[in-house]
Design a protein around this ligand. Structure first.
Ligand SMILES: [Zn+2]
Length: 299
């Protein structure tokens, strides 16, 4: 167990601020959850001040569903508009009179799994998020890699599904929230899987869980959806794993709770790697819902 001082940690998403004290033995204490004030910066700062006030002197580390530019310190978070462009760490440090560090939540997930979870003992780890959308984080030689603009491990963005005008019924190339077309994020998370299933001719009302259940029951449209899904995702993941030399890929996020999906994705990905491990490469997160908080402690 790496040595940790007590650290105040906050896992901040578009819906909730999840806070706790992470103690030197890696335990999570005094946990509380409040709705994220997404449109009111003063209220957002006040929530963190209220959490930190009783714990004088302890540093505050934040796992953010967004990015902090390592050069400028400015944050961006699509679902928390009030902090866009704000240099949150120095602002909070001045308010709280203590050190404040901010990391991307997928990066914190990857750090936590490397130090305490499914990546323990591995030097190079690719953290895989299969949630509402997809995301990722990179640990190389045991250290978190933070890229330019705070962007690292974003295997879900960058067009990989070809856009062939007139062939929209043959190739599932959808516009992406990042402004490109054909990114893995458009089909990879829960919303993406549902989009792909509708494209393949499936019922519009079915959610990702129902689609996965239909796949396991052998329903033809769900089977066709998953054949495409696994082929596209495994290709992008194989490229990411070849690129960074990851020897383990811990997976988190809602879709990672489906063992059959992870197993199939692991098999498809390993078949496309240059160095094929004998055992599992893509494995379920060991820390689950605590990974963001625990990873923030290691920032
Ligand atoms: Zn994209």
């Amino acid at each position: 167990m790496p040595k940790l001082h007590p650290v105040l940690c906050a896992d901040i998403g578009g819906s909730f601020i999840d806070c706790a004290v992470v103690t030197s033995d890696g335990a999570v204490r005094d946990r509380r959850k409040v709705p994220t004030p997404c449109h009111d910066l003063d209220a957002f700062l006040a929530s963190l001040v209220a959490f930190a006030a009783p714990h004088a002197g302890a540093p505050l580390h934040i796992a953010l569903a967004g990015l902090q530019d390592p050069e400028s310190g400015a944050c961006t978070a699509a679902n928390i508009p009030c902090i866009n462009g704000v240099k949150l760490a120095p602002r909070l440090a001045a308010l709280l009179d203590r050190p404040v560090r901010i990391g991307n939540d997928a990066d914190c997930f990857t750090l936590a799994e490397t130090r305490l979870g499914a990546g323990l003992g591995h030097r190079n780890v690719f953290g895989l998020i299969l949630g509402t959308g997809v995301g990722g984080g990179v640990v190389m030689e045991g250290r978190l890699v933070v890229g330019g603009g705070g962007v690292t491990g974003e295997w879900g963005h960058g067009p990989v599904i070809p856009h062939v005008p007139g062939a929209e019924r043959l190739v599932p190339c959808f516009p992406c929230g990042c402004g490109q077309r054909g990114c893995i994020d458009t089909i990879g998370g829960a919303r993406g899987l549902e989009r792909l299933y509708r494209w393949a001719g499936g019922e519009a009302a079915r959610d990702s869980r129902e689609i996965l259940a239909a796949w396991q029951d052998g329903e033809p449209v769900a089977a066709r959806t998953m054949t495409l899904y696994l082929d596209y995702l495994s290709s992008a993941l194989a490229l990411a794993v070849n690129l960074i030399g990851a020897s383990v890929v811990p997976a988190g996020g809602g879709l990672s709770d489906a063992p059959a999906l992870l197993e199939a994705l692991d098999r498809a990905t390993r078949a496309k790697l240059l160095r094929r491990p004998d055992g599992r490469l893509i494995v379920q997160s060991r820390l689950g819902g605590n990974a963001g908080l625990l990873g923030a402690a290691f920032l």
